[in-house]
Design a binder for this molecule. Sequence first.
Ligand code: FAD
Length: 397
Amino acid sequence: MQEKLMNVNQQNNNPDTSVQIAGAGPAGLAAAITLAQAGRRVVIHEAHAEVGYRFQGDLQGLENWSSEQDALEVLRDLGLATNFARVPCDHGIGFDAWGERYDLAGKKVLFYLVERGPGPRTLDTALLDQARSLGVNVRFNSRLDHVEGPAILATGPKTADAIAVGYHFDTDSENGFWVIYDDDIAPKGYAYLLIMNGHGTVKSCMFTGFKQEKLYVERTVEAFQRLVGLEMDNPRPHGGAGNFRIPERAASGGHPVVGEQAGFQDFLWGFGMRFALVSGVLAARSLLQGEDYDGLWRRELGPQLWNGQVNRAIFAALGNHGYRWILRRNQARHWDAHRVLHGLYQPWVFKRLLLPWARRQLHLRRKDASCDHVDCACVWCRHGGHRDAGAEAGCSS
Ligand SMILES: Cc1cc2nc3c(=O)[nH]c(=O)nc-3n(C[C@H](O)[C@H](O)[C@H](O)COP(=O)(O)OP(=O)(O)OC[C@H]3O[C@@H](n4cnc5c(N)ncnc54)[C@H](O)[C@@H]3O)c2cc1C
């Protein structure tokens, strides 16, 4: 075993050996771009026929609150393309479970709305084009199940710790975002409506209650119809899963594991794209510089990960009255939403004291008492028999 790992390390550091990457999501593409920029030969294997298959025009937020530096500058500093379509969002509308409305406004951009999937100006296509322009060999319809030599594993989520389920649709409404905090429509999560350049997505993002996903999706659509007059042209069901974990070691068979395959995610709300991109770059650097990848991600991502665990446990304990209390307080004090979110995402020392409690809460929640596993048809269920459930786009509604 020890000998095998030493061989892997020797091959990793040999600049003439090409690096295999499993998965052409943001994590795998970021790793490929970083390696190719340093002159390494790279082959990416993507199981599906196109990039971003599981998202198909989904709208997502590239969050801009966790760092002082603007998210697009962060990407540029990492050497990654930013020539994808985006809408900077600095204000939106929130609602509590009683339908009370709150302004969510920041002096800085809260997040950049981007499109995901195989379309012409998506984040995935921009990264794919950049990788190809650097000479990366991208093989579609190529599922990598076994790998020899230097490799990075970036195959996305394996289990469902949270799901976001609803619809994509066409619309002539204005760009913007709307969010509802109500455990009766998005248990322990939030329901959201995003509109960008004639396309929209409306979803219930839930951290429990997966078995009742149809009910929560119905309630989400009904709530947005009632609160903001949502109208959907050509609605198409869409959903996906998120995998949240802090691994002991992010490696498999001596190969670095990146993005959601490693469990790197924003525990609080599932803003995982930045984790995927950064971890991909770090894994590539570890191969290029012969550095320990576990040391790199623990230093760069570790504080955000454990802070996310604490945030998640606190949020899950709040309930509808707690969400309302926070929204009212922010509104009454005219707090800047960007500053509030930035503060929330900082791993302040006092939060570390809450970590053992937070971990216990998350461990208990993993057992997901909301599913009794009787006659269970939910594709997300952890009770087994659903190989790769989280990696496939699919809405059972
Ligand atoms: C509905 C939904 C909404 C979301 N919204 C947001 C948001 O607003 N903001 C945000 O930051 N994040 C959001 N996320 C999370 C974000 O999409 C993920 O964190 C991010 O895509 C993870 O990137 P990844 O490269 O690790 O995995 P993926 O994007 O899943 O890519 C993995 C790739 O590997 C391929 N693959 C799998 N197995 C193999 C194999 N054996 N061989 C070869 N290829 C393989 C898959 O086909 C896939 O293309 C959302 C997720 C979902 C599901």
